[in-house]
Design a protein around this ligand. Structure first.
Ligand code: AMP
Length: 543
């Protein structure tokens, strides 16, 4: 017997309709590309998103066509989030930090029909315009007065003109909830990037999970500033979750330096923020240099890469900002786990609590996870045994766009490519990416632990640990270090710092000092690049 409840599809447009009706006056504040601060309400967002949806009809975009965006975090990008998906089309957020070859490859693969972009990306768009034949319209996200006098792009359209002519009373269509709503490509460190096509259903369910108190805990009382870009996995779902709960949203635009972020946190009373560790490094350095702290921010969500414990301590002990460590990936929309302590763990000592907080956390409802060995057999949750992490759930990828790479699933589970342990209380800890694990004499050494220890040294700004080839042990850890400006530090001092903190044989064989560690388009360290450069560093030494 079926239940007798209403059949109401879970749609992205319903998030906006809810925000408009119940939180219409709530504010959305954006630092614009032009540098000024823009401010309006959810009510105005909803009207402009409807106009945009109607403008897509006027432009003749197919009913389920892909709409590309190349934009910072800001109100117009948010209008695209809702206007495009709400109308039944697919929002495809392109990452402006990619090389032109990769960007045009992705836009061609997605068959984008129109591209909306911020003025700062005009040079990138001019570089790819000729190479993406499917794009029929280029729209600059700007006022009429900010349109360039000339451009290599013929018939460049103005966003404000476009939506001014469109219908403010556009009615959101009642779509099938399984229909595609947005598209993100994986970073493609191995092979071509792959398209992950989210549905309305997966997006709404993910937003509900994101907003839960033991996940990212979003509510109408919070002022949320996502530093994580809207062009990377939908800014971790925060633009949807904020609408769902009616939180005030603050967007930083292109100004992601410590000073600009800090000023916005303070002037807008931001309470929660989210981003990758590399961004927080800049913010902490700035705040500490000016001898200030945060007056309203009480929580920061850190993910995308492992959060170094030293950063956690700096936020919590020096600034009273609680760090929430979270893990996810493009294929998971992205949230998989969040590290919120259980009530019984609040009674532990500070050091014991830090040890748990350093883990990536427990699965949010909807995500089922397990670790498996090389033979595929499930491994115990003892906090010690590590294996590949597999997940499944309603917002986990089932297959990639155009069936690229065949089915990614193994017996209905998605292999994440991360190596992890899970403790009896269910807290998962990533020890490495499978391809970054250091295999020394048949044993595995996790590079993240070694990096975290190095980064807790006061003279170290950033550290990456890679597998270097070794004549006797196959691979040994090699530490690449960027010193803090003006700091003095020797190889011996770094190696001594490991004493007593890890098993002796895990100690890196050598330390190389560099000026900078290369970062990828989503702020992660490009270890592959470091491996290419330094993999033979230990050959011939200490065989
Ligand atoms: P992306 O799909 O670009 O978001 O990258 C996902 C990958 O980032 C994951 O598979 C992990 O390897 C890594 N990652 C994400 N969050 C964390 C975290 N909190 N700690 C360690 N690695 C992480």
């Amino acid at each position: 017997m079926n239940g007798l409840m209403m059949q109401q599809p879970l749609l992205v447009s319903s998030l906006l309709t809810h925000a408009e009706r119940h939180h219409g006056d709530q504010q959305i504040v954006s630092r614009r590309v032009e540098g000024d601060i823009h401010r309006y309400s959810y009510r105005e967002l909803a009207e402009r998103a409807r106009r945009l949806a109607s403008a897509l009809d006027l432009l003749g975009i197919s009913e389920d066509g892909c709409v590309g965006t190349l934009a910072w975090n800001g109100y117009r990008h948010l209008e695209l989030y809702y206007g495009v998906s709400g109308s039944g089309r697919v929002l495809h957020t392109l990452n402006p930090r990619l090389h032109a070859d990769q960007m045009s490859w992705i836009a061609n693969h997605a068959e984008d029909e129109v591209l909306f972009f911020d003025a700062s990306f005009l040079p990138q768009v001019e570089a790819i315009a000729e190479r993406v034949k499917s794009i029929r319209h280029f729209v600059l996200l700007a006022d009429r007065s900010a349109m360039p006098a000339s451009s290599k792009i013929p018939k460049l359209l103005c966003y404000e003109d476009l939506i001014e002519q469109a219908n403010p009373d556009f009615e959101w269509p009642l779509l099938d909830e399984q229909r595609a709503s947005s598209l993100c490509y994986t970073s493609g460190t191995t092979g071509n990037p792959k398209g992950v096509l989210y549905s309305h259903r997966s997006t709404v369910l993910h937003s509900m999970a994101v907003a839960l108190p033991d996940a990212l805990s979003c509510s109408a009382a919070e002022v949320i500033l996502p530093v994580v870009p809207m062009f990377h996995v939908n800014a971790w779902g925060l633009p949807y979750a904020a609408c769902m709960v009616g939180a005030k949203l603050v967007f930083p635009g292109p100004a992601l330096d410590g000073k600009s972020l800090y000023e916005l946190f303070e002037s807008e009373g931001v309470t929660v923020s989210a981003g990758v560790p590399t961004v927080w490094q800049g913010l902490l350095t700035y705040v500490e240099a000016i001898g200030r702290s945060f007056s309203t921010m009480h929580r920061t969500i850190i993910g995308g890469s492992a959060c170094p414990p030293a950063m956690m301590r700096a936020f919590q002990e020096n600034h009273g900002v609680q760090v929430l460590h979270a893990w996810g990936m493009t294929e998971l929309s992205p949230l998989g786990t969040a590290c919120v302590l259980k009530p019984s763990q609040q009674r532990l000592t500070t050091e014991q609590r830090y040890a748990i907080q350093g883990k990536q956390g427990r699965a949010v409802f909807g995500i089922d996870m397990k670790i498996v060995g090389a033979d595929g057999a499930e491994l115990p949750w003892d906090g010690k045994t590590s294996g590949e992490l597999l997940v499944r759930g309603p917002w986990v990828v089932g297959e990639y766009l155009h069936g690229e790479g065949g089915s990614p699933l193994v017996d209905g589970w998605f292999p994440t490519g991360d190596v992890a342990t899970i403790c009896p209380e269910g807290f998962m800890q990533i020890t490495d990416r499978a391809k970054d694990v250091i295999k020394s004499g048949g044993e595995w050494i996790g590079s993240i632990d070694l990096e975290n220890i190095a980064m807790s040294h006061p003279a170290v700004a950033m550290a990456a640990c890679i597998a270097a080839r070794h004549a006797k042990w196959d691979e040994r850890p090699l530490l690449i270090v960027v010193k803090k400006p003006g700091a003095e530090l020797s190889r011996e001092e770094v190696l001594q710092f490991y004493e007593g903190k890890i098993a002796k044989w895990w100690t890196p064989d050598d330390v190389v000092f560099v000026d900078a560690i290369p970062l990828g388009a989503t702020g992660k360290m490009l270890k592959q690049r470091l491996r290419e450069q330094f993999q033979n560093h230990l050959l011939g030494e200490r065989a």
